[in-house]
Design a protein around this ligand. Structure first.
Ligand SMILES: NC(=O)c1ccc[n+]([C@@H]2O[C@H](COP(=O)([O-])OP(=O)(O)OC[C@H]3O[C@@H](n4cnc5c(N)ncnc54)[C@H](OP(=O)(O)O)[C@@H]3O)[C@@H](O)[C@H]2O)c1
Length: 234
């Protein structure tokens, strides 16, 4: 069985935790699950006894020093080996702000975590991604990123950040045709961000996401998908 190495951010809870859980069900997966507070990520550390190999690494996507340190730790453990799949999952959503009623601090913080963080993570991990035969980079986006879906005025800062991460991903794909960067909207999922009224259980969304990711080919690069693999309008 082929062995794969995975990296993700925001593995402490929600979609990131469920992704780590599903990946670790296979002994062929090694997962670098990063989070900003490993000491309190008890649900994550409980996965250490799974079939796959788990490395928990501290990484705060809002802090470039932490990103440098966390990614350097991953590269050190990989010891010149390949990183097959990178999932930039961590993000924040400060709430239902509007284009004429928003906090500049919230907008700036949201862009720092949701756009600059994923951009830096992929940049610092590039030496290991380049060594892989897969070279898949998944940036988690949202339906709210889509202008084509015309979802209205709500959640302005968050929507701006996710539209920006879509463009980042498009640019990554155009700059490096040898890589497979794309964005996925996980759907409306019951997590702290999605809320209890959401439609999907985390395992439903993540099962779909992992099918899309593991079957990705260069034709998927620079595109916008839903968790079932359906293409979403920009
Ligand atoms: N749930 C939905 O309905 C939905 C819909 C569309 C898109 N998404 C996207 O799906 C992804 C996962 O969302 P979710 O629903 O799982 O959200 P969540 O339950 O709120 O979890 C967010 C995760 O991101 C982490 N995080 C936040 N800021 C961080 C930072 N500065 N550094 C490192 N980690 C940080 C959190 O860690 P802590 O435990 O340390 O806070 C947590 O692990 C996000 O990109 C989100 O935008 C979700």
């Amino acid at each position: 069985m082929a062995a794969y190495t995975w990296f993700l951010t925001g593995a402490s809870r929600g979609i990131g935790l469920e992704t780590t859980r599903q990946l670790l069900q296979s002994a062929s997966n090694t997962v670098f699950a990063t989070c900003r507070s490993p000491a309190t990520a008890l649900d994550l550390s409980a996965l250490a006894s799974s079939a796959g190999k788990l490395h928990i690494v501290q990484l705060d996507v809002a802090d470039e020093t932490s990103i440098k340190k966390g990614t350097a730790e991953v590269l050190k453990i990989l010891d010149g080996g390949p990183l097959d799949y990178v999932i930039n999952n961590a993000a924040i959503n400060r709430g239902a702000d509007l284009a004429f009623n928003f906090s500049p601090t919230d907008l700036s913080d949201t862009i720092t975590s949701n756009v600059i963080g994923p951009a830096l993570v992929s940049r610092y991990l590039l030496p290991a991604i380049e060594k892989s035969s897969r070279k898949v980079i998944v940036n988690m986006t949202s339906g709210l990123a889509s202008i084509g879906k015309n979802l209205g005025p709500k959640s302005t800062s968050y929507s701006i950040s996710k539209t920006a991460v879509n463009m980042l991903t498009y640019k990554q794909a155009r700059e490096r045709p040898d890589l497979i960067p794309f964005v996925i909207d996980p759907g409306w999922v019951k997590t702290k961000m999605g809320g209890a009224g959401a439609i999907l259980e985390p395992h439903q969304s993540v099962t779909g996401i992992l099918k899309v990711i593991t079957s990705a080919t260069p034709t998927n690069a620079g595109k916008f998908y839903g968790y079932m693999g359906n293409e979403i309008p920009w």
